[in-house]
Design a protein around this ligand. Structure first.
Ligand code: FBP
Length: 564
């Protein structure tokens, strides 16, 4: 069913100029899909749990990696094709350019090719709600942030009924391919759909595109997910402004929680860009098996040391997933996940959070129920909130920065009594997440997303199914980027979700042996004491390439480049 879009894009003056920006395509794609051949590599295996992943995905397991090379391939232009695209999960800057690149790749191959956008996320496929994406419709959305062209959603297509509806609607709309733009969970779901269609003998390709500001959908072949570059630049501008305010007024401690779900990549990148006084990294807290008390003690020591130097101010970055990495909290969250899943029916009958909390407390082992009772009421209630459709705790709703400040107040008051602290602690808390997800894509993200979309069109035209669009060598000039496809099953392992073992794409967390973390470890003592804040300012779209085209420090460090 074709549906009318609700609103038209409102273009600011900057946007009007930005709409004229023509993303640079990698050389390999420049002449169009008919001049590109798919070169298959060796058969692949999943990153872990091979036997279990193979059992669940018998038709899409072991596919070879694909690299695009120059070569005549006019066969793919002969028959006009129809492709559907869906945006899935959290917004990330550049989503519209994926659609633009996809549209242009398809039209370049054959002007009769058609692109359709499923509305409101994966539920649009199940409910058969779509709109045709024509060049005229696309025009105003090129190089814009947001997902408002077709919106997004977090529905997971998993029940037999949902899978059947999705299949029936794709067939009824005569689709040749479906492109799922999403993070690790959405692309896991893309693979489930690809597998189901193959198993049903339906010849419709499913291709994923790596999206998430969190930066945790990456590996050797997927160097970064789109949106991470822009979102971290936006957060860094805001954090840098706060650092400058702190350095000017010299009277507040700012505790800033940054989005990123479990992974601390965003926090790390923003730290590189701004040099705050303290940076908490969830993965380090887990590796060192730190308790919440120890995290607070370390911060209290820093605050006391700075107070002694007459500095009752500072900036602390907190990754939103921190809470999940503190071993005792991890254990509690995991028990809560299972308990909430096991008692779903009973809990749904209860009206108040207090009633649900009392019920769950009675189900937890004594040690965990004591821990839950020791938490401030707000945090304990936030831990009980509904999990997302993929079974993840919604860490964006847990105010860890407030928990830390509350615990620090108590700790510093104790230290004052024993003469270990003699300062003034005025704290202000912030949470930056939604502010960065729909920003105007940086030049890097505008180019990267356009290439990912165009590349997805080439994968679709070559009838590759169960692949993630892969554009790599990203620290080189855009023209020299390499393109191809990576089998989705190659990235999978088995994890516990909603109380059950499930195949999922493995999240890339911050590696403590990796260059980005090592860079933090080398510099953080200096940042803690000397106030060497950096104020990166807003993203630049016009001006010298040195500032318009720069990408993340994380990517540079991961690829062995030096940074200041
Ligand atoms: P994706 O993994 O779907 O890209 O979403 C990322 C994210 O922005 C996380 O950083 C955050 O925890 C979460 O989405 C918030 O979800 P919601 O948009 O449902 O509030």
């Amino acid at each position: 069913m074709s549906t009318k879009r609700a609103a038209k894009c409102n273009c600011s003056q900057l946007q009007q100029h930005r709409c004229k920006f023509q993303p640079v395509l990698p050389n390999i794609l420049k002449k169009g899909p008919a001049c590109v051949k798919a070169k298959a590599g060796k058969a692949t295996k999943s990153v872990a749990d091979q036997a279990a992943v193979k059992r669940i995905f018998p038709n899409t397991y072991g596919l070879p990696e694909i690299t695009f090379v120059k070569g005549a391939n006019s066969a793919i232009t002969k028959k006009a094709v129809r492709v559907g695209v869906v945006l899935s999960g959290g917004q990330a800057p550049g989503g519209h350019n994926v659609i633009g690149g996809l549209l242009d790749g398809l039209k370049k191959a054959n002007p009769k090719n058609k692109l359709f956008g499923f509305l409101g996320g994966p539920s649009g496929i199940v409910d058969n709600k779509w709109v045709e994406i024509t060049p005229a419709l696309m025009k105003d959305y090129r190089n814009t942030g947001g997902f408002d062209l077709i919106q997004s959603g977090r529905t997971k297509i998993e029940t037999d009924e949902q899978l059947k509806s999705a299949k029936d609607n794709l067939i009824a709309n005569k689709m040749d391919a479906l492109v799922v733009v999403g993070g690790d969970d959405s692309n896991t779901n893309a693979c489930v759909i690809a597998e189901y269609l193959k198993q049903q003998g339906v010849d419709i390709s499913v291709i994923g595109v790596p999206k998430t500001i969190d930066g945790d959908l990456k590996n050797k072949q997927i160097e970064t997910s789109f949106g991470f570059d822009t979102a971290t630049k936006i957060y860094a501008e805001l954090v840098g402004n706060i650092c400058r305010d702190v350095n000017s007024a010299r009277k507040y401690w700012h505790f800033i929680r940054l989005m990123g779900r479990s992974a601390s990549h965003i926090t790390l990148e923003v730290a590189f860009k701004t040099h705050p006084n303290a940076v908490l990294i969830g993965e380090e807290v887990l590796a060192k098996k730190m308790t919440l008390g120890q995290v607070v003690d370390n911060l209290a020591q820093l605050i006391a040391k700075r107070a002694k130097a007459g500095k009752n101010f500072g900036v602390v970055l907190v990754p939103e997933g921190l809470i999940e990495f503190i071993p005792e909290m991890k254990e509690l969250i995991s028990a809560l996940n299972d308990s909430l899943a096991d008692n779903e029916a009973e809990l749904s009958k209860m009206a108040s959070v207090a009633e649900k909390k009392a019920f769950i407390l009675s189900k937890l082992p004594a040690k965990l129920s004591d821990l839950m009772k020791s938490l401030p009421d707000g945090i304990a209630s936030q831990l009980m909130l509904d999990r997302d459709p993929h079974g993840n705790v919604q860490v964006s709703l847990i105010e860890t920065e407030k928990l830390l400040v509350e615990m620090l107040r108590t700790k510093l008051a104790e230290m004052k009594k024993t003469g270990k602290y003699n300062g003034k602690f005025s704290a202000i808390t912030h949470f930056f997440g939604y502010e960065g997800r729909c920003g105007v894509p940086s030049t890097f993200d505008a180019n990267y997303t356009y290439a990912l979309g165009y590349n997805a069109a080439v994968l679709a035209l070559n009838k590759c199914s169960g692949y993630l669009s892969s554009v790599r060598k990203l620290t080189k000039k855009t023209q020299d980027w390499e393109c191809g496809g990576i089998p989705l099953t190659m990235m999978m392992n088995i994890e516990r979700r909603k109380g059950k073992e499930k195949p999922v794409i493995k999240k890339a967390l911050v590696e403590l042996k990796g260059e980005p973390f090592k860079h933090l470890a080398k510099n953080r003592t200096i940042w803690a004491g000397a106030d060497v804040y950096v104020f990166p300012g807003p993203i630049q779209f016009f001006g010298p390439a040195e500032i318009t085209d720069m990408t993340t420090y994380t990517l540079l460090l991961e690829q062995g480049k030096k940074i200041k």
